[in-house]
Design a protein around this ligand. Structure first.
Ligand code: G3P
Length: 217
């Protein structure tokens, strides 16, 4: 399973990248706004800055909702860097745009996916990634990980090449469960990634080893 970090915060991207386990970055307009990145030029520069930190797929989201607008924005984003993946919302115009991008050699991430039916459409259109938002599904009283399992199963049975990118991850347990059910990628904030490191017996064991090591110094 690939690890992407879901943030536009350059310090957090660097920290995850320095661990050597990062395969890419996902962003969205809310994450860009959270970092105070405003205006077309600043946003474009920020994507390039991210591409210079991480050598992997970097999702940059369009904000148009009509076919022509999505295509125009997507072409500009894709031209920024070879690693840019154009993130397109799961709407009718978005599906049409994903097919156009696929036919024209531009890779896409279909976002805001909440059902298996939407995931089938994204795969049919040729999206490189499909992003089901598992935390938001859990928030609504459904089971986000179950949806990841269902989509992974359908893609496997049908031979779709689209990768299942589990998004809206809120905890270390989400990451573990997504790995169990066959997600190809998980994208999450830095905190759940760091939470994977933690176990009290590791801390206790290390303290004892270091204490015993002093006896031989
Ligand atoms: O990748 C999608 C993600 O940014 C949404 O996360 O926590 O806002 O549901 P969240």
């Amino acid at each position: 399973m690939k690890f992407f970090i879901d943030t536009a915060n350059l310090d957090q991207i660097r920290e995850a990248n320095d661990m050597g386990i990062l395969d890419g970055v996902t962003t969205n307009p809310s994450l860009m706004a959270k970092e105070g990145i405003k205006g077309h030029d600043a946003i474009m520069k920020h994507y390039v800055d991210i591409c210079e930190i991480v050598d992997g797929d970097i999702s940059a989201e369009v904000v148009s909702t009509d076919f022509e607008g999505i295509i125009e924005e997507g072409k500009k984003l894709a031209a920024l860097h070879k690693n840019i993946i154009v993130k397109v919302p799961m709407i009718k115009e978005g599906v049409k745009a994903i097919k156009w991008f696929t036919d024209n050699g531009i890779k896409t991430n279909c976002t805001l996916v909440f059902s298996a039916g939407q995931a089938i459409l994204a795969a049919k259109a040729g999206a490189k990634y499909v992003s089901p938002f598992i935390g938001r599904i859990d928030d609504s009283g459904w089971d986000g990980v179950q949806l990841i399992e269902q989509i992974a199963h359908i893609y496997n049975v049908q031979g779709f090449k689209t990768e299942v990118l589990a998004a809206s991850i809120r905890s270390a347990n989400h990451i573990i469960r997504c790995a169990e059910v066959g997600a190809d990628v998980c994208t999450c904030p830095l905190e759940p990634i760091l939470a994977l490191l933690k176990h009290p017996l590791t801390d206790i064991g290390l303290a004892k080893f270091l204490e015993d090591a002093k006896k031989f110094q």
